[in-house]
Design a protein around this ligand. Structure first.
Ligand SMILES: [Zn+2]
Ligand SMILES: [Zn+2]
Length: 241
């Protein structure tokens, strides 16, 4: 551990840390790579929220209650929790990881995950990152959901299983309507080996929960293959109410 700290200090000395959002230079040795101004703009999910999908009621003064979508049993997963509400700051952090390959943001994401609502989820038997299509994995070089799974559950990395495969190349969900998103991912996933998921309590990990379409489709596929339960952990969630 001392070696790790020493290496980080050396790294900070050679490459002075900058705020992931605005690029301002930061003091050495900080836990997160965000300036106080940008860190203050992150919006953590707090009650009231839907106890099932975890969406926060931003403009409601009432208590936590099931949202309309969960009342209509729209989702195949059993429970979902996210750390932050999606906003430009968290969007920049995710974007820098996914598209610029800046893995420097991982330390910040790990710090955000500590003491977050993700710890509301019960301990899973296996942790499954939402997979990328092999073609996309080759071009990006890594799966951001796998990196997040390692950060969200640092003591349970041995439970990470690549149980799902994205068997069909799909369009990026951004810019599609709700109906188009659902159609885009139907049948996109398959279970690698049913015995890997049968009777298991599973936690799926993804970066952003937008309409829940992707994780719903993954959960549907896992349950069809015999999974006992499916929970979902994401870094950010888009406000809908
Ligand atoms: Zn900043
Ligand atoms: Zn809900």
């Amino acid at each position: 551990m001392a070696v790790k700290k020493w290496l980080r200090a050396l790294g900070d000395l050679c490459f002075p840390p900058c705020c992931l959002c605005c690029g301002t230079s930061l003091a050495w040795g900080g836990t997160i790579e965000l300036c106080p101004g940008c860190a203050g703009k992150l919006r953590f999910i707090t009650p009231p929220f839907c106890p099932l999908c975890g969406v926060m009621y931003v403009n409601s003064g009432g208590g936590s209650h099931l949202c309309t979508l969960c009342c209509r049993q729209e989702y195949a997963f059993d429970r979902a929790r996210s750390i932050c509400r999606y906003n430009p700051e968290i969007g920049t952090i995710i974007h820098s990881l996914k598209f610029a390959g800046l893995k420097t943001g991982l330390r910040t994401m790990a710090a955000l995950a500590e003491n977050s609502l993700i710890h509301d989820l019960s301990s899973p038997d296996i942790i499954v990152p939402v997979p990328l299509h092999p073609r996309k994995l080759r071009s990006r070089g890594f799966n951001q959901s796998l990196l997040l799974a390692q950060l969200f559950f640092p003591d349970q990395k041995d439970k990470i299983a690549h149980a799902l495969v994205r068997s069909r190349h799909t369009l990026a969900q951004t810019g599609l309507t709700g109906a188009e998103r659902r159609k885009n991912v139907v049948g996109a996933f398959t279970v690698r080996q049913p015995q890997e998921v049968q009777g298991k309590k599973i936690c799926l990990v993804d970066d952003v929960f937008t309409t829940g379409t992707t994780v719903h489709e993954c959960a549907k596929t896992l349950k069809k293959a015999g999974a006992a339960s499916v929970q979902v952990a994401t870094l950010a969630m888009v406000d809908i109410w």
